[in-house]
Design a binder for this molecule. Sequence first.
Ligand code: SF4
Length: 365
Amino acid sequence: MSDDRIFSDSRSVSALLKQIKEVARGIPATVTFMEVCGTHTHAIGAAGLRRLLPEKIRLVSGPGCPVCVTPVGFLDRAEALAALPETVICTFGDLYRVPSSRGSLERAAAEGCSIQIVYSPRDALEIAAQHPQKRVIFLAVGFETTTPGIVATLAEAEERQLRNFMILPGNKIIPPALEALADDPELRLHGFILPGHVSVITGSDFYSFLASRFHLPAVVTGFTPADILRCVLELCRQVAEGEAKVVNHYGRVVTAKGNGVAQDLVKRYMEPADADWRGLGPIPGSGLALRKEWVHRDALEIPVPLPKTKEPEGCRCGDVLKGLIDPPECHLFNKGCSPDHPVGACMVSSEGSCAAWHRHERRVS
Ligand code: SF4
């Protein structure tokens, strides 16, 4: 059997489920493992893994969707920038419909603001090249996975001397958020399913603090059902044996040290900064700000009037993003809040927990 088949073969899945059930017998009480990657959330839902695991193993979603954790204030600023003359805002599609204090980027576009949906920061750069008389601002959100592509675009803008291209920095770093979650006594987590894509850049060594400081097991893994179950098995085994180690089960793409070229490129343009996360609040050192020498690319430098920030009424995205509740525990879930009529960010984004539960797990809610 080829390597790839091992990770998706149904016999592997059945065998892993059997092993998990056996190991779980040695665990005295319910354990909670958090996945911190929106793609894992969807993969778990699509394969129905929650229903297949023993009841004492609870999988909760964390702040793994970059759009979901982007605070309302960022969207308010983007809308205010979009209202400026000769300014074009470029954004990934998911951010377009996320509710802000006044409406959304979608509503701002309907009111006449120039907002374009793009598939990559490079698309935004091309718009800047085609419209030199306009200021083109790319809404830079995302975790370690997307940041290298954004800074590569900044490098290209410098090379091509496209002075009218800027970004609104909103990028975030996952480890400080993991630290905040691990340190939160309300959450009582027993282990982490670590993000596969982010870890390609950071490497698996980056998470060693989870074991050394918090005595929490953590496993980097991929996205097939067998990948996720191997990870759950490893977490259960460590809990049952009282161990806490960071293990890389995604060795086919993740190394211990990650992608040094991408890390160096990001360091050249950005530096760690405090950042506000929807649901988690401010976390020191969890964001990225443009370094001073690139200030001419920084849309945060443009003064704009901002409204008082307002979260959508009744929305419990904050509790969903901390794994405190499953999406159906929000009283608006599927009753006023759906992907067609989203009230909160977690229902908008394709990587959001509420959208994942709406799509895959409504029958068991
Ligand atoms: S169901 Fe809707 S309103 Fe409730 S937490 Fe999710 S996104 Fe927010």
